[in-house]
Design a protein around this ligand. Structure first.
Ligand code: AMP
Ligand code: ZN
Length: 469
């Protein structure tokens, strides 16, 4: 089955047909770099990393262009810099570096393009100018505002009706707005805040225009897929469409949406112990801390264990199960360590799941079936079957971005250097004692290993070990 994805705009699963199969384009809204990302923020980059891996496999590694921006102009960044008394660039560089480090631990491949807002002021100012020229935006008191009434399809992505929105508006309306839902494309900066020149006065862009300008500049319009979390549907993505379409003077007609992005994908939200993550509840889990305390693949597996459009509850049972699942898969790979992989093709049932709007739970079921197949074949001494199942398992895992560690190292687990050194010394002594047929010494060593909670596995390439759970 060719790839089908659920399109938020059309509210249905659609066959994915790129505009140009030799240049498939994808944009995902990236982090605002003012603090460490929380675990919810990690869901979009992991989900869309799976999509990118699948697209590369389907269309060719060099035929897919994936952009994930870095928002390095924002009030929260200014506030953090002021609080620390540090330059803005120090804050953004620090949290961008931390984000990329944490992404690497989750096996998230770097995007092809990581556009920064600060590098795109000319493109942003040019796009605002084009929207003004098209009659869809107006300048007022140092601001430039998008005129939502000038874009008849406004509300199509989120399913909102502008008239209802106006009737129900409770927002405090700034005096310079013609319509309460008009949104900022450009605004003046306060003294001391970063500011750039523009035809409407010095200032800085609104958030929405950053993405539509960076998309046009880096990928060209229309792009194939635009992704992000479900909270971005309104207003962020609704506003992006309005800007992207109007900048080209195509404010009318139902097909205008296709001139910005052809498919819209949104991931569901993550809760922690069934509650919304929030600073006031005190349950905000930072990705940076999580990947220090457990392997990144456990976090990745947990994030992919629910379908991406469904809510995902983050809790200890989910993490325990994810670790157990990975241990099982690594165990099979370890058992077949000496058997060469006999294929690099993922089997049809895996592709059927993953191409069905990224059904990762279904795809994971194939991984378990393949690990059982490896175990069965190894027990039966059928290395041909084991090699085939192993190759298939690795091919599937490469699309999900898991099982990227050495199986023996994984099973040994995360242990501190002193313990690792002691265990390895004991294993050497054990080998020497066995070679010398010094059974009392071998027994003493075994007892010490048991004391240390170490399980030893003798295999064709010598002994490996892990800590007992
Ligand atoms: P932000 O830094 O708030 O703009 O969020 C960055 C990305 O993370 C956006 O795509 C959000 O939609 C997404 N996101 C934020 N919170 C959550 C959450 N609790 N669950 C899933 N995605 C989230
Ligand atoms: Zn965006």
């Amino acid at each position: 089955m060719p790839l089908h994805i659920h399109d938020t705009l059309r509210r249905e699963k659609r066959l994915f047909e790129p505009r140009d199969p030799s240049r498939v384009t994808l944009y995902v809204c990236g982090p605002t770099v003012y603090d460490y990302a929380h675990i919810g923020n990690a869901r979009p980059p992991v989900v869309f990393d799976v999509l990118v891996r699948l697209l590369r496999r389907t269309y060719g590694a060099d035929k897919v262009i994936y952009a994930r921006n870095v928002t390095d102009v924002d009030d929260k960044i200014n506030a953090k810099a002021a609080k620390e008394g540090a330059p803005i660039g120090t804050i953004t560089a620090r949290y961008e570096a931390a984000y990329l480090d944490d992404m690497a631990r989750l096996n998230v491949s770097p995007p092809d393009i990581a556009p920064h807002v600060t590098d795109h002021m000319d493109a942003i100012v040019a796009q605002i100018g084009a929207i003004v020229d098209a009659g869809c935006a107006y300048a007022a008191q140092g601001h430039v505002l998008f005129d939502v009434a000038a874009y008849p399809a406004y509300g199509a992505l989120s399913g909102r009706n502008l008239d209802d929105m106006i009737a129900g508006a409770r927002v405090e309306v700034a005096p310079y707005k013609r319509n309460p839902h008009d949104f900022v494309l450009w605004k003046p900066s306060k003294p001391g805040e970063p500011s750039w020149p523009s035809p409407w006065g010095d200032g800085r862009p609104g958030w929405h225009i950053e993405c539509s300008a960076m998309i046009e500049e880096n990928l060209g319009l229309p792009i194939d897929i635009h992704g992000g979390g479900i909270d971005l549907v309104f207003p962020h993505h609704e506003n992006e469409i309005a800007q992207g379409v109007c900048a080209h003077g195509h404010a009318h007609g139902a097909a205008a949406h296709d001139e910005y992005a052809r498919y819209w994908m949104h991931n569901g939200f993550l809760t922690v112990d069934a509650e919304k993550m929030s600073k006031s509840i005190g349950n905000v889990l930072l990705l940076h801390d999580l990947v220090q305390s457990m392997p990144g693949e456990v976090v990745r597996w947990a994030l992919l264990s629910a379908h991406y459009r469904q809510p995902l509850d983050w809790n200890q049972a989910l993490l325990d199960q994810s670790k157990k699942n990975l241990d099982r898969l690594y165990g099979a790979l370890h058992r077949a360590a000496a058997v060469p992989a006999a294929t690099d093709e993922a089997p049809a049932d895996f592709l059927k799941s993953i191409e069905d709007d990224l059904n990762t739970p279904g795809a994971m079921a194939t991984l378990f079936a393949l690990s059982s197949e490896i175990e069965r074949a190894m027990t039966a001494g059928d290395t041909a079957a084991a090699g085939l199942a192993k190759g298939r398992l690795i091919a599937c895992a490469d699309i999900l971005g898991v099982l990227q560690s050495d199986p023996a190292a994984w099973l040994e687990g995360e242990v501190d250097d002193a313990l690792r050194a002691e265990v390895e010394a004991l294993l050497d002594q054990r080998m020497a004692a066995r070679a010398a047929k010094d059974w009392p010494a071998a027994d003493r060593i075994r007892d010490r290993l048991t004391e240390l909670n170490v399980v030893v596995m003798d295999g064709p390439r010598g002994a490996t070990w892990r800590l007992k759970n």
